[in-house]
Design a protein. Structure first.
Length: 259
């Protein structure tokens, strides 16, 4: 099968943007983050032995999807014609997709994460990310709080004020899901976040975490659902940090509190 057929079979859609979880108008940096986030979920190194073969196959498909969308010419052809060049260099069969992945994303340390939090919060970058999340999820605060970096439930009042200010200034539309959100939903989100924070802290204490492998140990200690949530966060912060570091721009790293 070709790439689009593989995407349909493995991810339920032949749309490369959908497979990577990004908008069709996504910037190259957003596509990179989407690829990292999606690939971490199925990375063979994180799969159980019985699932490794399937994870490897899906991982390779994600790599090919990113290879197409990260190439300006191939992306333009895909956008215009809905096809991909199966014989092109980006999809050549002999490519080692795990090595390709490792070259794209550097491993971050706990210090990297702590440094990024200091520079990211209240920055222009955070402001842009909050507005983008608000637009992408049409005002759904559950998804906004899950997607924005470096926030926990105590940040919600600050995030809401930023969005309200943007609405008042006409920078973003007024979505009903945001302006008419019920108190019950807000309370449920807070309770869920508080519970997860306590569970994560308990796990950290039980494991005696204190070094650069803390995040990996914390992920491994959780069940599959909680592992997926942390993977999503790590994907965002590693992609954001690695991308900026590679370009020689600001020194970025990332940290996120428990949701």
């Amino acid at each position: 099968m070709g790439l689009l057929e593989d995407c349909e079979a493995s991810f339920g859609s032949p749309d490369l943007y959908h497979v990577l979880g990004v908008r069709r108008q996504a910037s190259p940096a957003e596509i990179r983050r989407g690829y990292h986030r999606a690939s971490l979920r199925v990375h063979p190194d994180r799969a159980e032995p019985q699932d490794k073969e399937e994870a490897t196959r899906r991982f390779q498909i994600l790599g090919k999807a990113y290879a197409v969308l990260s190439d300006a010419e191939q992306r333009a052809v895909y956008d215009e014609q809905g096809t991909v060049d199966e014989e092109g260099e980006a999809l050549r069969g002999e490519r080692d997709w795990q090595e390709y992945w490792r070259l794209l994303f550097k491993k971050i340390t706990v210090k990297d994460i702590e440094d990024f939090e200091k520079s990211y919060k209240d920055s222009e970058e955070e402001l842009a990310d909050i507005k983008a999340a608000y637009m992408d999820f049409e005002g759904d605060m559950d998804r906004i709080m899950e997607s924005v970096l470096c926030v926990d439930y105590t940040d919600e009042p600050r995030i809401r004020k930023i969005i309200e200010k943007a609405i008042d200034a006409g920078e973003v539309p007024s979505y009903k899901a945001f302006v008419k959100e019920t108190k019950q939903k807000i309370t449920a989100r807070k309770r869920r976040a508080e519970k997860e924070a306590k569970e994560a802290e308990k796990t950290k204490d039980e494991l005696g975490l204190g070094g650069e492998d803390d995040l990996k140990a914390l992920i491994q200690s959780r069940n599959k659902d909680r592992k997926k949530e942390m993977d999503d966060f790590l994907a965002q912060l590693e992609a954001k940090y690695g991308s900026n570091a590679k370009k020689g721009g600001r020194k970025l790293a990332a940290k996120k509190g428990n949701k």
